[in-house]
Design a protein around this ligand. Structure first.
Ligand SMILES: [Zn+2]
Length: 147
């Protein structure tokens, strides 16, 4: 068994027995070394965005002092949801290893499957002109750091 997945499972196990949230743990690795870890804390933090991957990304970024996790790999006990996959891409993580798949997650009562198939019918564009003004303002700031 993979040693980093073993730590991810330990993280998840710690979380479920402490009542922090679902059985999801995550580890982030750079150059063969663990630089971040986390588990689902949705219940503990009363925050629906506190998935294991997000917590591990926070931890890794804090430890590295950077929002850029290029050259990092992520190990997670379950296939990342769309929110986490988005965060993983924003962090430039190059490889993701997961244990359980979306169907497995669905079978223990989580809603992942619905987020992959549901159209984004909650979206509506408003006040684009004013928001574009903000974009122009940002565009004109010199020496800003790009994402
Ligand atoms: Zn997630």
């Amino acid at each position: 068994m993979d040693r980093f997945m073993e730590i991810a499972i330990e993280e998840a196990r710690k979380g479920i027995h402490a009542g922090h949230g679902g059985p999801f743990g995550c580890v982030i690795v750079k150059d063969g070394e663990m630089i971040g870890r986390g588990h689902n804390e949705v219940i503990l933090q009363k925050d629906p965005t506190c998935h294991g991957e997000i917590m591990a990304i926070h931890n890794a970024c804090k430890n590295l002092g950077s929002f850029d996790l290029s050259d990092c790999e992520l190990y997670t006990t379950a296939e990342p949801c769309p929110m986490c996959l988005g965060a993983i891409r924003w962090a430039n993580i190059r490889k993701v290893y997961y244990g359980c798949n979306i169907s497995d997650t669905d079978s223990i009562g989580f809603r992942d499957q619905q987020f992959y198939t549901e159209p984004a019918d909650i979206l509506e564009e408003i006040d684009r002109k004013e928001c574009l003004e903000l974009f122009r303002e940002y565009h004109d700031i010199e020496n800003k750091i790009g994402y």
